[in-house]
Design a protein around this ligand. Sequence first.
Ligand SMILES: O=C(O)CCC(=O)c1ccccc1C(=O)O
Ligand SMILES: [Mg+2]
Length: 344
Amino acid sequence: MLLESATIYRFRLPLRQPLSLKGHRLETRQGLILQLNARNGQLGFGECSPLPGFSYESLDDAFRQLKGAISVLLSQPDCLDSIIQSGAGCCTDRMLFSSVACAVEGAALNLAGRFYAVPTTPAVCPLLMGTPDEVLAQFARLPNDSEMKVKVGRARLDDDIAVVNTLCEQGSPLLRIRLDANRQWAFADAARFCRSVNAERIAFLEEPLADYQRLPELGDLTHFPLALDESLQMPDGDFSLFPGLVAVVIKPMLAGGLVKAHELIRKARSASLRVIVSASYESPLGIRQLACLAQNETPNELPGLDTISAFCTSSVERFEGLLLTAFSQQDPMLEEVWRYTAAH
Ligand SMILES: O=C(O)CCC(=O)c1ccccc1C(=O)O
Ligand SMILES: [Mg+2]
């Protein structure tokens, strides 16, 4: 399949309530949608949505690099197979930001026929966050005999310990909790947390340590089940095994794109680690692609895609409607910002 042109849209999706992310406060999630147009008329969509506080690149950085990458790609109209095989970086002369790789690879895979057989409402792992009272209220509304994920490291340590112990007491004996501290704890606090909750009820604890290189030492000391997330988002993006490591959480938008994510998934699985495909507040388009990846690669795990419930149902539906008619859209929610046609 040969490429003919590309269109970039900017989306703005209102959040149900403002989202606080490492010192950033978002009221609206913004990002870019890339549409690759093949010569035979087929379209492929991909998403580029750096997450403030988590991505290295800003949306402006990503937009600039995406435009550059697209003009290079469209000068090699038969580059789709190599993008799918080796990643978007292979066709341009530089390291691409994760979000840019994600968009180009998503659109190339979509043109190759991927992301159609998607569950409309995939089962996801519920995400609980907020004050202790908010977390307990969210918990009370959910079935509690499977897994759920709770954000820790944002309140006082004793409050985190109390909340987790309450959830363990109130939940079914089958409940297993995924915990995520997003590198907020000092070593001594993390060690105290691990000693103060019942490890048997915990599926894993993601990235407890500010001093993240000491994670193997924490595993050694506590035997607590641990998981990597931010550690997979470093530029080299590789990981080593250590005692206590039981899972990896993979976010293609932050960890090098969809092709790189695929490599990480394979490597983790061959080391018998649990693999969780997870989101970083992508639009419904990005969530659908992640749901597809999860369905194919990790069919026995609940993916971390509950970020979609941060958006109002009505905007999710309207956004999906707009995408279906994307060729002519000029809507504040989805607005065409760039168009490029190959020179030949
Ligand atoms: O993984 C999930 O279940 C939800 C996604 C999530 O927690 C998250 C969302 C945005 C940025 C970082 C993270 C994280 O896992 O650290
Ligand atoms: Mg995490």
